[in-house]
Design a protein around this ligand. Structure first.
Ligand SMILES: [Zn+2]
Length: 104
């Protein structure tokens, strides 16, 4: 009676099992089945490996995104500095003119 779930059902449940989505009863049943069934254990191992690889891939993508965002940030800083300096120069020039000639 212990091992009354078919391998097909277990294999369907494995991804949910890895994601921690199963209720405790079902989780226990899956674990019990895997202990006794090499084929399902292998399937679980493969799925786990795949999940780990996908996670690593996602991390890499995120890292690339962050690097890109940082690069854009540098561009923005450069842009603002490039904009700020001429504006500041004009403002200073105006102030100097105002002080010297008493008018703009
Ligand atoms: Zn099985």
């Amino acid at each position: 009676m212990e091992n009354n779930i078919s391998c097909g059902i277990i294999k369907d449940l494995l991804s949910s099992y890895l994601d921690g989505l199963l209720s405790d009863d079902v989780k226990e049943a899956v674990e019990r089945h895997i202990e006794e069934c090499p084929s399902c254990k292998l399937a679980l191992d493969e799925l786990r490996k795949k999940a780990t690889e996908e996670m690593a891939c996602r991390d890499e993508k995120e890292e690339r995104f962050i690097k890109k965002a940082r690069k854009i940030n540098y561009y923005m800083v450069g842009f603002f500095i490039g904009l700020l300096i001429p504006v500041l120069a004009i403002v200073i020039l105006c102030v100097v003119c105002y002080i010297r000639f008493g008018r703009m």
